[in-house]
Ligand binder design. Sequence first.
Ligand code: ATP
Ligand code: MG
Length: 214
Amino acid sequence: MSKIGIMGGTFDPIHYGHLVTAGEARWQFELSQVVFVPNRHPPHKEPREVSDPEHRYLMTFLATVTNAHFTVSRIEIDRPGPSYAIDTIRELRRTRDGDDLYYITGADALQQILHGEWRETEQLLGLCRFIAASRPGYPVDSSVWSSANHRLGERLRNVQTMEIPAMAISSTDIRARVRDGRPVKYLLPEAVEEYIAKHRLYSGMPAETHPRGA
Ligand code: ATP
Ligand code: MG
């Protein structure tokens, strides 16, 4: 039986906040590996608001390929329609029967979960554990937990929090920096920075190239 971390996200683009979170979760919870799962279509966003899933998949691959404990899954990229965590966890439960699954998030995603904003939150908390990392700007105070308590009760035992070195980095800020011509160096891996420049992502120029040249 293995302890597997699942790091879901839009990764538009992936940055050091994601990588530090995954690395700390692996260390603190003694996970054997962390599987990064870029979504195809984030449920709360219009498809045209996010970059092509293949770009996001390839950037996630570039950022994680040198870490022996990190892998990337196409499970959500290849599933049509909105990407719900519950569908992904159900599928992973089938293929990884016997493994312990730990879904890793930041504090902002934890707040959504505790407010019941994710599809089938209760069932989700029954199928895997959650590890929520601290994130600047998103305090997880006791009021959030107590309001969640009414709905989720016992299931909250499956949610744990972890402190990580504060990383005030977001994909939103990186996209704005690229668009405005401000530096992004040291906020994300160099290979991802170069990929963004090569494909002119986020620069506001209309001709965004498809990763496979289509
Ligand atoms: P955006 O600004 O486009 O929403 P993001 O930086 O929040 O992007 P996501 O792909 O939305 O990145 O996040 C994927 C997961 O990583 C979420 O659970 C989020 O809470 C977590 N996360 C992202 N950045 C950080 C960070 N700096 N510290 C801790 N957790 C983070
Ligand atoms: Mg986000």
